[in-house]
Structures are given as C-alpha cells and as structure tokens.
Design a protein around this ligand. Structure first.
Ligand SMILES: [Zn+2]
Length: 91
C-alpha cells in the first residue's frame, strides 16, 4: 500500500519535472525568437536575390522582398498574440 503511494508520488514528480522542462524549453525558444526574430530566407538562402534561369540576371526574392530574411514562426506567433491582446485592450 505504502509502496504504491510512493510510486504514484514519483510519477507525479517526474511528470511535473517533464512539464517544467517543457515550459523552460518553450520559454527559451520564445526568448530566442524575441532576441533574434529573423532567419535567413529559405528560398534565396539569405541573399535576397533570385537568379534568373538564363544569364547573369537576377531579381528580388518575392518571398522576403529582397531583404533575405524571414520572420521566425515563433516570432510570428508572438506578434500575432500581441495584436490580439492590443485589440482587446483597445475595446
Ligand atoms: Zn528570399
């Protein structure tokens, strides 16, 4: 009886620890997205240029508008949450 209770407590502690680790990882990722919001554009690999099929011509990458950078998905989520929250406070 006593051992069963101890095992249950251990499982709760383990899952609690797992949850804590998950929260720490998520917060760390969000902090990284806050500090370094951009990643190199995947289509032009950060150059901002799109090579033409023929010759040495190039155009601006449409995906990043020639900036060569893209918002990280996490940062996009943060921006989305901020706009949602600001809408709520304005109301
Ligand atoms: Zn690009």
């Amino acid at each position: 009886m006593h051992t069963t209770a101890a095992t249950a407590t251990d499982n709760a502690a383990a899952s609690g620890l797992l949850l804590l680790a998950l929260i720490v990882v998520t917060l760390g990722y969000l902090a990284a997205c806050w500090l370094w919001p951009f990643i190199a554009c995947r289509r032009c690999s950060g150059t901002g240029k799109r090579r033409a099929l023929i010759g040495r011509a190039f155009g601006l990458c449409h995906r990043c508008d020639g900036t060569g950078r893209q918002l990280r998905p996490g940062r996009r989520a943060i921006n989305y949450l901020r706009t949602v929250r600001s809408k709520d406070t304005n109301r």
